[in-house]
Design a protein around this ligand. Structure first.
Ligand SMILES: [Zn+2]
Length: 325
């Protein structure tokens, strides 16, 4: 994720945003401006990956490993990545993106197997296409259940404003009308559950912190981990009212504990394939931050950033340090 100097209604206390009891909002600001994000494209990390034709040009599709497709939204500032993981019996779709392009059309082009949507967590940029599918698996926290009602246009209008885009919106999508549509959770997941798609066993790791319902998917046999927003190469957002830094610390330790068995990590933003070694650094750098060993960099609106090589942490300036053990 990049940082913004703008007010993002879905995430901030903008005047037009709709507060709900379950989703109090906060403010943040940034060092970088939104206009510069298009200049990063195309990212070098994609250059060596096999690219597939996409039936919907809102998305770019890369086969990051055999039968594992990154479905990337490069033209919207979140640069969110959903993943289609194809098994012999079914396919798992780990997140459905912003709901701006027709992700179902892309998925149907890539597989004819039944598709099971699994959400990494319930922030709007990961559940936008859920409504297009009738099999949606999710951890069912209060936060997740509240999000099944969708997200109003007023809250995510900025996400489809010209400043947030590097190209025109697809036909039929408008800044005024765009919203996250309601959907149903058809199966509830719990930590340790295994989703068998035939030839691939996808284990659910509940890793709350970034969001209460955050999960990672682990394919132990292949050595693959899909990390959602709990880790990606960029500023990791830890400033939400629903963020829990104590839980995040434990979750990051859980990811680091499997890192040495991994061949690849597939994050949910920016770049689709990361070195598992970064999970060890994530754990160590977060520990240093939370024990007060790193000086925060103010980025405005009550937020601070802790930059490290390859990623950073964005937190509220009044985050609570955890005493050293
Ligand atoms: Zn998120």
């Amino acid at each position: 994720m990049l940082l913004l100097a703008l007010c993002v209604p879905a995430l901030t206390g903008c005047a037009e945003s709709q507060d709900t009891p379950a989703l109090q909002q906060t403010t943040y600001a940034s060092a970088a401006d939104l206009g510069s994000f298009c200049d990063r494209l195309p990212r070098a990390a994609y250059a060596g990956l096999p690219k597939h034709e996409s039936s919907n040009d809102w998305f770019e599709v890369y086969e990051v490993e055999a039968g594992v497709f990154a479905i990337y939204e490069p033209f919207q500032w979140q640069e969110v990545i959903s993943y289609l993981i194809v098994g012999s019996e079914a396919a798992a779709l780990f997140d459905t993106g912003n709901g701006i392009g027709d992700i179902r059309a892309v998925v149907e082009q890539l597989t004819d197997r039944p598709v099971r949507v699994i959400n990494s967590h319930s922030h709007f940029d990961h559940i936008g296409g859920n409504y297009q599918f009738d099999d949606v698996l999710s951890i069912a926290t209060e936060f997740s259940l509240e999000r099944t009602h969708g997200v109003d246009s007023a809250e995510i209008r900025m996400e489809v404003s010209p400043e947030a885009l590097c190209r025109d919106l697809p036909e039929g999508v408008s800044e005024a009308a765009h919203k996250t549509r309601p959907f149903s959770i058809t199966a509830r997941l719990a930590d340790g559950d295994v989703v068998d798609i035939g030839g691939r066993q996808l284990e659910i790791l509940h890793i709350p912190g970034h969001a209460p319902d955050a999960i990672a998917l682990l394919d132990r046999e292949a050595g693959y981990l899909w990390s959602g927003d709990s880790f990606y190469e960029g500023p990791i957002w830890l400033f939400f009212p629903e963020t829990d830094l104590v839980a995040y610390r434990a979750s990051v330790a859980k990811l680091a504990a499997v890192a040495t068995d991994l061949k690849a990590v597939f994050p949910a933003h920016n770049t689709p394939k990361a070195d598992p070694e970064l999970l060890l650094r994530l754990r160590d750098d977060l520990d240093r931050v939370l024990t007060g060993q790193v000086e925060p960099v103010p980025v405005g609106d009550g937020n601070v950033e802790f930059p490290f090589a390859g990623f950073s942490f964005l937190m509220r300036e009044n985050y609570h340090s955890i005493p050293a053990e």
